[in-house]
Design a protein around this ligand. Structure first.
Ligand SMILES: [Zn+2]
Ligand SMILES: [Zn+2]
Ligand SMILES: [Zn+2]
Ligand SMILES: [Zn+2]
Length: 135
C-alpha cells in the first residue's frame, strides 16, 4: 500500500505530512500535526467544522449526564426547573416538562438529502443542529 499524505491543510499550503489517521467526521486522512483529537478509536482532524463537532459532542455528553442526573431525581432536565417531567426529547431521550420541550420540524440527513421530521425536542438538541448539518 502506498503511503498516503495528509489531506488537511489550506488550499495554498498543502500539507505533505504522512497521513496517520482518518477523520471520523470528514473522512480525510491527516497527519499528527493536523490532529485535533486522537484517542482510542476516535480520530478528529483539525479542520474547524470537525473540531467544532468534537467539542460539541463532549459538551453534549456533559449535558446529557446532567439531564440524566436530574431525571433520576424526578426532575425536569433543565437546571432549576421542577419535578414530574412528562415529555421525552426525541433526540437525547432526556425527560423534560412541557415548557422545556418544543414541537419542531427537525432536519434529518438521509444520505445526500435532508428530510424534515416532526420531533419533540429540548433547547440544547435544537441548538446543535447547525453544527451537525454543516458537512
Ligand atoms: Zn475532519
Ligand atoms: Zn497535515
Ligand atoms: Zn434533547
Ligand atoms: Zn422544565
Amino acid at each position: 500500500m502506498a503511503h498516503p499524505t495528509c489531506q488537511v491543510g489550506g488550499r495554498f499550503s498543502r500539507c505533505h505530512g504522512a497521513a496517520q489517521y482518518d477523520c471520523q467526521y470528514c473522512g480525510r486522512a491527516f497527519c499528527a500535526e493536523h490532529a485535533y483529537f486522537v484517542e482510542g478509536h476516535e480520530a478528529v482532524c483539525s479542520r474547524k467544522s470537525c473540531a467544532t463537532k468534537r467539542d460539541d459532542l463532549a459538551q453534549h455528553l456533559e449535558y446529557r449526564r446532567g439531564v440524566e442526573r436530574r431525571n433520576n431525581a424526578g426532575l425536569c432536565g433543565i437546571d432549576g426547573c421542577g419535578p414530574h417531567p412528562g415529555f421525552e426529547c426525541s433526540l437525547c431521550r432526556g425527560l423534560f416538562c412541557g415548557d422545556h420541550l418544543t414541537e419542531r420540524m427537525y432536519p434529518f440527513r438521509m444520505g445526500m438529502a435532508t428530510i424534515d421530521r416532526p420531533v419533540s425536542i429540548c433547547a440544547a438538541c435544537w441548538d446543535r443542529r447547525k453544527i451537525w448539518r454543516a458537512a
